[in-house]
Design a protein around this ligand. Structure first.
Ligand code: K2U
Ligand code: ZN
Length: 167
């Protein structure tokens, strides 16, 4: 396994659209293992392949306190979305920024698992927020894009300054 580099906003590669996975094979399973290691080390509760510059529809999530309940979603689709609630979000690609975003409160999502089999699951609370946040990444969308233009410009400037200082 390997820890992968996480792209930082406003890297344009974060806006690439992820392609569907044709087959959940050993290469994809190896990517999932590396993504999981990267997520746990960050630490985060979710990670999309887009964030590690792999533009395939793969997401890993673990919202458990014990950090040992990995959820893998390949080619995820939201089947139904109900309600709306605001939740403060962060992002490993936008470190130090936390802002409220309105998302569907309850979702039903269909995806392929690590075994390549299709499954459907209900999600609410933090899991629903995280799945929607990660699926946005696969569509090339970063959560700060839901904010005002003024806030986006300020965050962009802050991220670029951080990257210059750490270069
Ligand atoms: O996409 C990512 O960078 C992973 C996010 C997932 C996430 C976003 C919004 C709300 C919940 C999860 C990171 O895990 S951000 C760090 C974090 C950790 C715990 C709870 C919330 C955010
Ligand atoms: Zn994110």
């Amino acid at each position: 396994m390997a820890r992968l580099n996480i792209l930082r906003y406003p890297d344009p590669r974060l806006h690439k659209i992820a392609a569907p996975v044709a087959e959940v094979n050993d290469n994809i399973r190896s990517l999932i293992a590396d993504m999981a290691e990267t997520m746990y080390a960050a630490p985060g509760v979710g990670l999309a392949a887009t964030q590690v510059d792999v533009h395939k529809q793969v997401i890993v999530i673990d919202i458990s306190d014990s950090r040992d309940r990995l959820l893998t979603l390949v080619n995820p689709e939201i089947v139904t979305a109900m309600g709306e609630s605001d939740c403060e979000e962060g992002c490993l690609s936008v470190p130090g920024i936390y802002e409220k975003v309105a998302r569907a409160e309850q979702i039903v999502v269909r995806a392929l698992g690590l075994d390549g089999q299709s499954f459907t699951m209900d999600a609410d609370g933090l899991l629903a927020v995280c799945i929607q946040h990660e699926m946005d990444h696969l569509k090339g969308r970063v959560f700060v894009e839901y904010l005002s233009r003024l806030k986006q410009n300020r965050i962009r400037a802050k991220m670029l300054k951080q990257q210059r200082q750490s270069a």
